[in-house]
Design a protein around this ligand. Sequence first.
Ligand SMILES: [Ca+2]
Ligand SMILES: [Ca+2]
Length: 196
Amino acid sequence: MSIFIITLTLVVLQTPAQCSGANLKIGVPENYDGIFPWYLAKLPNLPATSTDVVVTGDDEGIFGVEAGFLYALKPLDREKQPSYSLQVSFSASVQSQSFMVEVCVIDKNDNVPVFIEESMRGSVQLGLLKGISFMQVGASDRDDRNTAHADLRFSLMDQTPRIPSSHMFFIDSVTGEVSLTEDGELQAPHSTALFY
Ligand SMILES: [Ca+2]
Ligand SMILES: [Ca+2]
């Protein structure tokens, strides 16, 4: 029986995230680092003559309305809170009215993937055929799993020692399953290395 240690790397693809719109839904990017108040959108449901405009539904007091525009007073963190359901109340023609606004925080790729376990050990039984998985590695990413920001790919970076072949192992880039290559199948029984 041989035991090996391998070094792995993760590759993360990037594509823009989407925030679908329905009713009054506003998509805003996370981690805004510009000037505050940050004006997010004009509220078309708010009559120009409305008074006593109040925004509720956000415990931290991040959002407000000024001159018909919804604004935020600090950057948003999708990993902390992915959306906000706000109620905008106002008075128009003496009557009190309100409508709902959903603020959807659009993901940015601001988290690196991390392995579920810092170090993993697998063992190969003598006579194991190529392509048959003998261990599986896992990783996670806090970004939006519906986007490529959390779409992980595995690859083997290095093998130590590189004997009797430098290409003894294969990792499935999607599943993280590790198996022997053809070289590994042929050479493992003759390998003098007990640990990789
Ligand atoms: Ca990420
Ligand atoms: Ca993110």
